[in-house]
Design a protein around this ligand. Structure first.
Ligand SMILES: NC(=O)c1ccc[n+]([C@@H]2O[C@H](COP(=O)([O-])OP(=O)(O)OC[C@H]3O[C@@H](n4cnc5c(N)ncnc54)[C@H](O)[C@@H]3O)[C@@H](O)[C@H]2O)c1
Length: 341
């Protein structure tokens, strides 16, 4: 097993989950070295430092220059993701796990991808649900034709597109075999004028969003978020010969009704995993070592951001948009500046 020096940019809640993940990797020995945070004296950064014995910095550039980190977790609020990822790549990181949302614009996402390619760094985005046993099994059932031809994947959750929405869209993409999207139509409502919420204090958000996405394999994705959406992080895959439910809050994490199987709902045994974050960090190490392609590599994650921007822009222009979505800025912010929402 190879040894790696790992560190954090942003030392709050999700950085603690990354730290726990690093400690349980099966394919590498990790030395947790340092973290940087704009508020190093804050409770969360202090907790991370004392739990894991890492040095704290206020300036991530100073940390990156001094500590020669192999693996960097970018765990800042969303507006910090782009600059921190590029800085990590340019300072020698071999693997970077940047939290979701990947960035606040497609221009930023493209700069991140370019910088990591140039530096030879593997960049993965924290769409950790791709690693949940129920999602992995559901994707396999879909691939194997267990419910016939897929017509629709419906996903919903609380909060907004840039927060939980990126998980919802990304998991629909995953369950649908990452078939490329070809069109999107959406609508948002921002009656609450939210300017920062929870762990996205640095950006506005909508109260509700819906999106409909057409994929090149003929499947339609349906996304509902926020106030009047069903509040659980749940997915229904509707096929010509059955239905698969993922994360139904009233049931097992995965079940399938299929005309190819008798006796009603089929509920599989799922292998317990330590944590989805741990698995995504393991896959990052495998990618750095050339033994895997990360299932949440930056170019795959960018599709979720492109779809989000497509929903905002479709709402602004009141029409369906074809991919690629030609929106380089943070479309929601522009809509607010123009007094549209
Ligand atoms: N993958 C997941 O399921 C998941 C879960 C939770 C959070 N997240 C994402 O992780 C990110 C952070 O969320 P959190 O819950 O840890 O938030 P948090 O508020 O608990 O922690 C963020 C930390 O980053 C620091 N910070 C903010 N901007 C910074 C910058 N530019 N440079 C350095 N430090 C900075 C803050 O001071 C804070 O300590 C968000 O983008 C969020 O969407 C992902």
């Amino acid at each position: 097993m190879n040894k790696y020096r790992a560190g954090f940019i942003g030392c709050g809640g999700i950085a603690t989950a990354h730290a726990d993940g690093y400690r349980h990797l099966n394919n590498a020995e990790i030395e947790l070295v340092a973290g940087s945070d704009i508020n190093p004296a804050g409770e969360k950064a202090q907790f991370l430092a004392s739990e894991h014995g890492i040095r704290l910095y206020e300036d991530h550039l100073e940390m990156l220059e001094r500590e020669e980190l192999d693996l960097v977790s970018v765990c800042t609020w969303p507006r910090g993701h782009c600059e921190a990822t590029i800085a990590a790549a340019e300072n020698g990181a071999k693997g970077i796990l940047c939290e979701k949302p990947m960035a606040v614009s497609l221009d930023e996402a493209d700069r991140m991808i370019e910088a990591c390619e140039k530096a030879g760094a593997a960049l993965a985005i924290g769409h950790a649900h791709r690693f949940s046993p129920q999602a992995v099994q559901a994707r396999e059932w879909v691939r194997a034709g267990e419910i016939g031809e897929i017509a629709m994947v419906w996903g919903h959750c609380t909060l907004d597109l840039m927060n939980n929405g990126t998980h919802v869209i990304d998991l629909i993409n995953y369950l649908n075999g990452d078939s490329p999207p070809i069109w999107v139509m959406g609508q948002i409502d921002r009656h609450g004028k939210i300017e920062g919420r929870r762990n996205h204090p640095d950006m506005p958000a909508e109260d509700m969003a819906i999106g409909r996405v057409g994929y090149s394999n003929g499947v339609v994705g349906f996304i509902e978020l926020g106030e009047r959406a069903s509040q659980s992080f749940t997915f229904r895959i509707i096929g010509s010969d059955g239905v698969i439910e993922v994360n139904n809050p009233d049931g097992p994490p995965l079940k399938m009704l299929s005309s190819y199987r008798s006796n009603g709902w089929h509920v599989p045994e799922l292998n317990e995993v330590y944590s989805n974050v741990c698995r995504e960090l393991e896959e990052l190490v495998s990618t750095v070592e050339g033994r895997a392609v990360h299932r949440s590599e930056a170019k795959i994650a960018r599709v979720a951001l492109e779809t989000i921007m497509g929903i905002f822009e479709s709402s602004a222009r009141r029409c369906l948009l074809e991919f690629p979505i030609d929106v380089g800025d943070f479309a929601l912010e522009r809509m607010i500046e123009e007094g549209m929402v």
